[in-house]
Design a protein around this ligand. Sequence first.
Ligand SMILES: [Zn+2]
Length: 273
Amino acid sequence: MPELPEVETICRGLRPHLQGRRIVRVKVFEPRLRHRIDPGLPACLRGQTIIQVDRRAKYIFVYLERKNVWVFHLGMSGKLIFVHPATPKQKHDHIVVTLDNGQELRYHDPRRFGLSLVVPEAKLHELPQLRDLGLDPFDAQFDGQYLYSFTRRSSRRIRDLLLDQQVVAGIGNIYANEILGRAGIRPMTRSSRLTREKVERIASMIPRVLSEAIRWCGTSFSDYRDADDQFGEFQNHLRVYDRDGEECRVCPSTIKRVALGNRSAFYCPSCQK
Ligand SMILES: [Zn+2]
């Protein structure tokens, strides 16, 4: 599932292809995503020039000239990729967008958990999907104090708290484990038992780990590809995630795996206390 670094990588890949381009035509081949695509979507987008591409957490925002925003969420397996129009349409290419330079942007999503809709810019952050999101980890207001305000009153395990999109938006299981690995904190620690100092350490590690992953263009385990259909490389730099049985990259201990809820957690028993 794409997490924040993958979505940021996709945005960076989309910008040079999309900004300043005019949308000539939009064809929807399969409207049945998790939220059904509005039948009026193609007509609403046709003829509009794309001003800017941005994101908040895992939501991609394509800002359009008529003060509206085309919002995407990639769900479990969504991809936004550029192709030459002669490229045969693939199974699961649900939306095909033709740009004024002849290039095509295709939304491909085998599991169809994605989201694609247009909203007026003024109403963007009132969308039910966005209204309750916690701070984006790159928001200037995100810091140790903010995270501590959640940990001190939560008995949940810290790995699960980091996965809560209403606390910090954009982190999934891969990065939650990596952040705790680098902060030296075990994933099963109860949040309320963490000292202020430890929470500060975790909070400072969040943007650092995510930035590093963005520099490697994200993590590709299965479906994820960037806007040019390329793999990310951060999977080669993971310290703990999916490395159970392997040697820690810092000490001679072996990385352990534990079942936490329905998702595994990974940690080094020596480096993480
Ligand atoms: Zn270690």
